[in-house]
Design a binder for this molecule. Sequence first.
Ligand code: MN
Length: 399
Amino acid sequence: MKKEELFECFSEQRPNADMAMLERAYAFAEKAHDGQLRASGAPYFDHPKATAYKLAQLRMDDSTIAAGLLHDVPEDTSYSLKEIKKEFGAEIAFLVEGVTKLGQVKYRGKERYLENLRRMFVAMAKDIRVILIKFADRTHNLETLSALPENKQRRIALESLEIYAPIANRLGMGDIKGQIEDLAFPYIYPEEYKWLLKKISDSRREKERYLRKFKKEVVEILQDHHIEYVSVHGRAKHLYSLYKKLIRHDRDLTKIYDLVALRVIVEDVAGCYETLGIVHKFCTPLKGRIKDYIAQPKPNGYKSLHTTVFTADGEIIELQIRSSEMHEEAEYGIAAHWHYKENAMSKKLTKEKYAWVEQLAKLQKEIKDEEQYLDSLKIDIFQTRIFVFTPRGDVIDLP
Ligand code: MN
């Protein structure tokens, strides 16, 4: 990525950004990584640039973007954290230090695994932006994972799938969670990945073709009833979550109704229910498939109305109806709140909403027993299995 491209993204996403400071951070990191190469042979600086780009796309604040540019400097170059602090101040240095610390413990053996989990929650409780930088860092590392030796590929992909993705999910970051899982999936279950792609290719193509037709019909219905909508678009289910769902349903694709779905984004809550009512007037809903996540949000805060309907053509389609605000929250989760950073009220709400992060960090101080701590984590965050890594690199599935 060229420098111009990166800064174009900065100014697009954050018109009020401190460009002079970001320029200085860019120059500092570029100089520090000068001459270094990635495993792929690409210049090392490509990686911090990509990290900063992802953070800007999440519309994170200036300090977070600068810390994204600088995140590998203390660890991998001759420049120290002290110099970063002198040059960019305590806040940016604190974020860089947090990311560095999180990266230092590798997942080898159960004790170290727990230690890393604890560090992660402690870092998150101090400043949630640390974990957001780590997500951007990790996503780019996964995108370039093919350059690494096989044992490293596996360790990084497994860490991502079992630790980073569930945390992203718990923070309501649906888009990041889906990206991390789909990037790690082929490295952990290569055969299953190939099997899935083959299994769904025909039906996905057919469904997508039909969805384009159905979308037009829905738009017409909305217009006829004078419902203001922001957008109507199809969405394909992320591969890894589709895979998990298929496993739960005896690998029977006919039982999966949301391989593709139609998303209707409207202006407000009233519009959501209005849309649901009108859609049901034209298409019969399937029994037991109407889910009101607005009245009863998912534990991670997800809000939407879901319904699965029989269309006039006899097809079965899932619709997801939500307001723009709900949509933004569903895609960006906690990161969505940085758009309203200046708003003290929303800051307070965010703090209350994510109070569980602090609770978990506190819990780790109180609970000395590791098994017990792991149990509390499993209940609160990890609904799936938890893996541990033995010193020899074997993977054990904890019961
Ligand atoms: Mn990095």
